[in-house]
Design a protein around this ligand. Structure first.
Ligand code: SIN
Length: 302
């Protein structure tokens, strides 16, 4: 039987739940040699800030046994260049709904980026990243206190004409309180989890591997943590949740949907295997058949 992979996020229909996570797929161009992006449910583009950013000093990637650390530091060309150059190129190769990932260092910066990106026809969801662990005085600072996250959410909601999803940090003691604060502030949905703050030491140099000392840990090692947090959040809010964190197989996708995720993002797996999203999309019907699932949207939360 043909399997139905469609899911809906705040009225936006995706042909399947598979979305490359922001920062692991650029603006789509790098993956053109591997597969046609039009197979994807959606695509969350690289975290965009008001001004262009070169990112942190290198080394800013460290491999780990079950994942990787990054301290990229929000390298991006700035919102005006994204609108002038990246989105027109993306439009040529991807015709589905795009998720605009927005980062900032002040509430005003989030608002200005949201004002500009909400006008773009292909952008159907704004994902507000209050969880980047790699920058000072911004990013995660807004996502680790309920009131700060709510303030960003309220301000962005005032200018947004598209659904607003707040991207949450796992580096908190109580992610549910932050999720609830965002829901109360008007968020249309949530994305979680971003990376876990970590570090590695270069034994020979007796120094941190990363120039920025710490970075965000992602990859299969964090999957159980992500699953637990998505389970806790979906049990406490009514808005949809995009689940992410270490997903690398179709079975992981189904597991994430069984804890209540409405769609999923694939991050570090893209950097290990550029075909990861394609493989997951192709394997989903096979795994659904084994589990007796005809429609992904029928999966009930455990
Ligand atoms: C980065 O560019 O530092 C990664 C973005 C993030 O973790 O939110």
């Amino acid at each position: 039987m043909v399997k139905d992979l469609r899911v809906t996020l705040s009225g936006v229909e995706l042909k399947n739940p598979v979305i490359p996570a922001s920062g692991t797929f650029g603006f789509g161009q790098e993956f053109l040699p591997f597969f046609d992006p039009d197979i994807l449910g959606s695509l969350s583009f690289k975290g965009t800030t008001l001004q262009a950013r070169a990112g942190n000093s290198t080394p800013r990637i460290a491999e780990c046994p079950a994942g990787m650390l990054n301290s990229v530091g929000l390298q991006n060309p700035g919102v005006e260049a994204v609108i002038a150059h990246e989105l027109p190129e993306l439009r040529k190769v991807f015709h589905g709904p795009v998720i605009a990932n927005i980062s900032g260092f002040s509430v005003e910066e989030y608002v200005r980026c949201a004002e500009l990106l909400t006008r773009e026809a292909q952008v159907e969801i704004l994902e507000i990243n209050v969880s980047c662990p790699n920058v000072h005085n911004g990013g995660m600072a807004f996502g680790t206190a309920p009131e700060a996250a709510a303030e960003v959410c309220r301000a962005v909601k005032r200018v947004a004409t598209k659904p607003v999803y707040m991207k949450l940090s796992p580096n908190v003691t109580d992610i549910v309180s932050i999720a609830r604060a965002c829901e109360d502030a008007g968020a249309d949905g949530l994305s979680l989890i971003n990376t876990l703050l970590g570090m590695r030491i270069d034994l020979k140099r007796r120094k941190p591997v990363l120039a920025n000392t710490m970075g965000g840990y992602s990859g299969p090692g964090i999957f159980p943590v992500a699953l637990r947090m998505v389970y806790q959040v979906t049990g406490s809010v009514k808005i949809p949740v995009i689940g992410m964190g270490g997903i690398s197989t179709a079975r992981d996708v189904i597991e994430m949907m069984m804890v209540g995720a409405s769609a999923v993002q694939i991050g570090a797996a893209n950097l290990v295997n550029p075909f990861a999203c394609r493989d997951i999309i192709e394997t989903l019907p096979v795994e659904m058949e084994k589990l007796g699932i005809d429609r992904l949207s029928d999966i009930a939360r455990v």
